[in-house]
Structure formats: structure tokens, C-alpha cells
Design a protein around this ligand. Sequence first.
Ligand SMILES: [Zn+2]
Length: 397
Amino acid sequence: MAIPPYLQDKKMNSRKRFPGRVLFNLIFILSLGLNIYLLNNPENPALNIASETWEVPSAEAKTTENFTETELDEPPAQEILARATPSPVTVGSMEPVLKPAPETGNINGQPHVTPVSYVVTQTGNPQGKAILRLNIRNSLTYTLCQAMTKEQGCQTMSAYLSRLLSWNFDINKSMRNGDSLDVVYEHVEGKDLFRILKMVYKSQLFNKVYEANYYSGDEEGWGAYFDAVGVEIAQSIEEKFAPLKKYQEITSLPGDFRKGPVGHKGTDFKTDIGTPVYATFEAKVLRTHWNVRVNGYCVELDHPREGVKTLYLHLSRVLVKPGQYVKQGEKIAETGNTGRTYAPHLHYEIKSRDDKKIVYNPFNLKHIKTYYKKVPLEERETFQKTVNLYDSILQKG
Ligand SMILES: [Zn+2]
């Protein structure tokens, strides 16, 4: 009658385990089923968020693949133009969809959406200039690509304009549907396609008009953009801290989203090969010529006092050696077009000594002094005539 203890134990154990295991299996199967259902259900809000976050144009997706820790510089020519970033914090979405303008009026209680208005490009006026008159809708690129085709270079035009605008505000956050944009431009030979001569942007958010006028003075091709009273749109680094004393323009700032998931790490200065490069602060040379295939000839300096390191890439000549001490403003190299680049330029990068993931915008770093250049007094009259010419072209259009 007595059940042997070993059998008793077994029976009890199995009875104890039985409900737990069934319950576990049941939950497992249920959750598996739920997961399969959610993954296949397009209505799932969680999935919609995910797809919005990761919806990236294929061209950009390609650049993220190649993004290396050291530096991914210079995408193809068309993309070099397509680079402009307002701030180093820009991450993620490429072409944000704009929210409606603050208030554009109601018609019979129906929300009234400002239609996009385009004035078509006029070529062949006496000066050979063309104009665009647009109202922003969705995004800058979207708006421009409604007014002109891709073959005509709408993306390039968008890149130029966003680069200009990014000195004024964050183009990813501050544009509104219905903002107006007037542009005077001319066609130029080669891959640059255009030169923007004048841009007038009316922002509803800031209730302000931003204006940029191209002015080159005597040096053809070395012009810059100035507001109506002759103050440059872009900032400059004070000479004491400047890696270059002369350059044509800044083509990319840190955080540029087109350069990878975390954005471009440096500031790109377009300049001729052989332009002298100077140390931003007193430094010890950390290394030269690492990852030459991508970076080209390059130098990294260590600045313990400021807590940063500076990097100089795509050089044609390097004049310093690892371990060497250099003074602030000492010539350390010459610019070039080595490594992965598509045009001569200096990639200048400032990063934290402590955390290599932190990079700084030179125009925000407290150790670097910056300023706005102005049209020289003796050239004000010529400048004003240039602005008047642009205005008359816009008025006629
Ligand atoms: Zn760069």
C-alpha cells in the first residue's frame, strides 16, 4: 500500500511542475502570436513611429553605411553642394515635414492652406540672371523641386540656400509653410551649376526678413554673402585661432546630417591647394597620417589647456612630427585634396580630449573668438550698387 518514497517524490515533483510549465508555454505562444500580429499590422502606431524615424532617402543611406569613426568626408559632387547645417546637434531626419504656418486664415471654418506659389525662372534678361519666387511648402528641397526639376538642379539650389539660411536659423525646425523665398541667381559653368546672387527669406516664425547679397569685390570667385548693410552672413574665426587665414567659403559645419547618422564631425573650408594651415592653440602633435585612404595626409594636435584635440585632414603637406610641440598660430601644414575628397578643402575638427564622441562647432567653442566681417568702407558704394542691381532684377520679375 505504501508507495515507495522515490515514486512519491517523483509524482509530487511532476505535479508541482506541470501547471507552471503549461502556463509558461501558454504565455510564450501568446506573446509570440502577438508579436507576429503586431509586426504584420500596418496600423500599429509603434511601427509607424519607427518607419518615420528611419525613412531616409537612399543617397543618404549610402553615406551612413560608409561612415567611419575617423572621418567620412566628401560625398559625391552633387552632395557636396547639398550640405548645410544649422547646428551641431542636428541628427536624424533628413527633410522634415513642416507644420502649417502659425495662422494663415480660415475660410468658412475650413482650415485654409497657403498654396505654393511659384514664379518661374526667367532666363535671358539683359543681365543673364534668373529669379525664383516661392512660398515654402513642406521643406526647402520639396518646394524647390516643385519649381524646377532635378535635372535643372533643384537639390543643388536647395543646398546653396540652406547653407546660407543655416547661419540665421535652424532650417530643420524654423521654416513654416507659407514663408516666402525670393532668389536671384545665375548659371555658372561646371558642377557648381549656379551662383546665388541674392536671397530674401521672410520668416513668419521670427517675423523677420533675412537677406543675403553676393559680393566679391575685386577678387572674382572669392565672394561672400552680406546682409543689406554689408555685414557678412557667415561668421569668421579670429586670426589668432584660425586654421586658415584665407578660404573661399565654409561648405559644411559639424552635425551636418548628410554625412552619416551622427552628422559631419568637422568644419569644411573650401580653399586652394597649398593654403597654409595653422595650429588653433599651443599643442603637442599627437599623430600624423592615420587612415590615409580616407583622411589623406593629416595631423592631430592635443591641447590639454583647452581640453580639446584638433584635426586637420586632406592636406598636401605636413610640416610637423608626432611628439613635437607647436605654438598657437604656428604653420603646421598646407591644404590639399588627399584622401576621400572630391574638391580641395580643409576638414577641420575639434573634439573633446575626454570623450571622442563629442565634437565642437568652432563658432560655438568658448576658447575661440569669432566675428562678422563687413564690406570695407571704401567698397560700400560698389556694394550698394550691386545690391540695387539685384533688387531691380527682382522687382522686374
Ligand atoms: Zn569634412
